[in-house]
Write a protein that binds this ligand. Structure first.
Ligand code: ADP
Length: 195
């Protein structure tokens, strides 16, 4: 049982690392952004509701997001552990996640804070805009997402630091080098690949 949370600004590489770590540690990567995008593509009621917020670079309301994660965490594949990418992002979501984990008798082992300087983030997001055509990767919406991250999500790092859960990892460099850095901090906390 291993509980990992990835936190960092838009473009830090959370999604990329989450996918690789999920394979390495045999745990599901739970990305609220991916789940929302899938729902938008499928035009589900949740997707229809979430789309406007996402396109504006705003957070989807906590009530919707928390319900989605509660449901996802109740599925059987999380019994071995889980990796959360992009959740929680608000203090309300932190509280709800605490409740969900307590109810299922699980806990977070580590919060990996991925860092990258602003210049790098802007250029990565511009590349992603070209490659993936995400509707929220326009310069204006990117700026909005960065501001909202600083205001609403960055403070979560202090909350988890006060629980001694935060491991800061440099997100600059090649993808596999960053993955190796993350594995190192997980190993240092006694979280091995066959845990
Ligand atoms: P990024 O980390 O690059 O901003 P994500 O794919 O994680 O991209 O998220 C895309 C969008 O999905 C966010 O801008 C937001 O609208 C919505 N979203 C994802 N996770 C959450 C969350 N935990 N709370 C509220 N909204 C979220």
């Amino acid at each position: 049982m291993i509980g990992i949370l990835l936190i960092g600004p838009p473009g830090a590489g959370k999604g990329t690392q989450a996918a690789l770590l999920a394979i390495r540690y045999s745990i599901p990567a739970i990305s609220t952004g991916d789940i929302f995008r899938k729902n938008v593509a499928d035009e589900t009621p949740l997707g229809v509701e979430a789309k406007g917020y996402m396109d504006r670079g705003e957070y989807v309301p906590d009530s919707l997001t928390n319900a989605l994660v509660k449901d996802r965490l109740s599925q059987s594949d999380v019994l071995n552990g889980f990796l959360l990418d992009g959740y929680p992002r608000t203090l309300d979501q932190v509280e709800k996640l605490d409740e969900f984990l307590a109810q299922s008798g699980t806990k977070l082992d580590v919060v990996v804070q991925l860092t990258a300087d602003r210049e790098e983030l802007v250029s990565r997001l511009a590349n992603r805009a070209e490659q993936q055509g995400r509707t929220d990767d326009t310069p204006e919406v990117i700026r909005k997402r960065q501001t909202i991250y600083e205001q609403q999500t960055a403070p979560l790092i202090d909350v988890y630091a006060s629980r001694s859960l935060v491991a800061k990892v440099d997100g600059l460099g090649e993808v596999n080098v960053v993955t190796a850095r993350i594995s190192e901090v997980l190993n240092a906390r006694g979280l091995s690949e066959d845990a």
